[in-house]
Design a protein around this ligand. Structure first.
Ligand code: B12
Ligand code: SF4
Ligand code: SF4
Length: 323
């Protein structure tokens, strides 16, 4: 009897802390927040199959991180919960200007790793303040964290056929950020519904036929992989796949009815759209030296492929059919 009372008190306190934490997260500028428990990944077999098929291309770090992605509780010793955040980055850009090479929307503002990294650190502080003695670790697009999987489990949306986490009221133009913690928090119910239904617009719209099946992409054909993660020079085939995309690709999100209907432009001042990133002159990348590239783009997502990669991408958009 006494034990039951203690347990009830613990639950009540965990719920109170979780409600307050979510309130503070929204106040900090996150668009949505949920809490996931850290059971083993329900889609571990899909990850294994995906890796074994070679779909990760040269992203060898995904093989190294697989064991932890399959068992997220192993990422941080003692962690029992993930506080998962979504941050809307949609800019409502309209149709691209004729002849202007395209940049994915997520890269049209300052580097989200930095912007959200700071915010997630503050969220970690809030957890430690609400639950004295607890520890936290913040992640955004880094480490072995299965971010979409945790977001689904935190009740924030479903994983679409295009592999994106889709929030029913926001769409999929969102960054996912995670704080792992050993604090006692109340997990949300997972988002169990699959709202794609019979739709397959994303699969049919992909210009490179990168989807081998719903939820399965061969990244080696994906423009986002080719222009951001791939390090080597392009083959003639790769150059033609990239088309007019200078950095990343948004097509399988642009066509999604959940984005068409629900995505709204962000008012987040830290993610304000920058003209030099939204519509850069591709010729400029052919001439930039290392120092100038670092000065102009060191604090942006374009830093990932670096000067060499951006020069390669620019050359491809300027001469897609070159041998
Ligand atoms: C590697 C990577 C890429 C690769 C591979 C993409 C891919 N589809 O896996 C490349 C470079 C191509 C890429 C591209 C992009 N990426 Co990326 N990427 C990642 C990264 C680092 C790891 C993803 C991964 O592990 N992939 C391997 C696959 C197999 O795993 P998964 O995506 O987690 O998928 C799981 C589920 O799909 C589930 N599953 C499998 N089958 C099924 C079936 C059903 C029915 C269900 C429910 C689930 C399910 O199992 C999988 C394994 O656990 C994550 C960050 C992270 N740490 O998670 C960002 C991340 C996924 N990327 C992101 C973004 C924004 C993009 C781009 C939109 C960027 C752009 N505009 O160019 C594109 C989108 C392309 C696309 N349609 O996926 C965001 C996605 C946010 C969101 N709302 O979903 C993330 C989460 C980064 C972040 N912190 O915001 N990315
Ligand atoms: S990001 Fe572009 S290339 Fe990659 S799967 Fe989606 S539509 Fe295809
Ligand atoms: S376009 Fe259709 S199938 Fe693809 S993710 Fe959106 S709702 Fe699902």
């Amino acid at each position: 009897m006494k034990e039951k009372g203690v347990e009830q008190k613990r639950h009540a306190e965990a719920s109170r802390n979780t409600v307050e934490l979510k309130r503070r997260a929204l106040e900090m500028g996150f668009t949505a927040v949920g809490v996931a428990s850290l059971e083993p990944n329900a889609h571990a077999a899909e990850l294994d199959r995906w890796l074994a098929a070679g779909y990760a291309g040269t992203m060898t770090y995904l093989h190294r991180q697989a064991a932890k992605r399959k068992e997220p509780a192993r990422i941080m010793p003692g962690a029992t919960a993930a506080v998962v955040t979504l941050t809307n980055y949609f800019h409502n850009p309209g149709p691209p200007a004729r002849g202007q090479p395209r940049v994915a929307q997520y890269a049209q503002s300052a580097d989200y790793h930095r912007v959200l990294g700071h915010r997630l650190e503050r969220l970690g502080e809030a957890i430690r303040e609400l639950v004295p003695g607890s520890t936290t670790r913040a992640y955004v697009d880094a480490g072995a964290v299965p971010e979409r999987e945790l977001a689904q489990r935190a009740g924030l949306g479903w994983i679409g056929k295009n592999m994106m986490l889709i929030h029913p009221a926001l769409g999929s133009f969102t960054f996912i950020g995670v704080v792992l913690t050993d604090a006692d928090l109340a997990p949300d119910l997972p988002f169990e519904a699959d709202r794609c239904g019979t739709c397959r617009r994303c699969l049919d719209a992909c210009p490179t036929a990168a989807f081998v099946a719903p939820h399965v992409m061969d990244a080696r054909r994906c423009i986002s992989y080719l222009t951001i993660e791939h390090r080597a020079d392009f083959t003639a085939d790769e150059r033609s796949l990239v088309g007019d995309w200078l950095f990343g690709c948004d097509i399988c999100q642009d066509v999604c009815p959940w984005n068409v209907q629900f995505a709204r432009a962000t008012a987040d001042p830290d993610l304000a759209r920058r003209a030099d990133l939204a519509a850069p002159d591709p010729h400029a990348f052919l001439e930039l030296d290392e120092e100038t590239f670092a000065r102009r783009y060191g604090d942006t997502p374009l830093e990932r492929p670096g000067r060499h990669g951006m020069r390669r991408n620019a050359a491809a958009t300027l001469a897609p059919n070159a041998p």
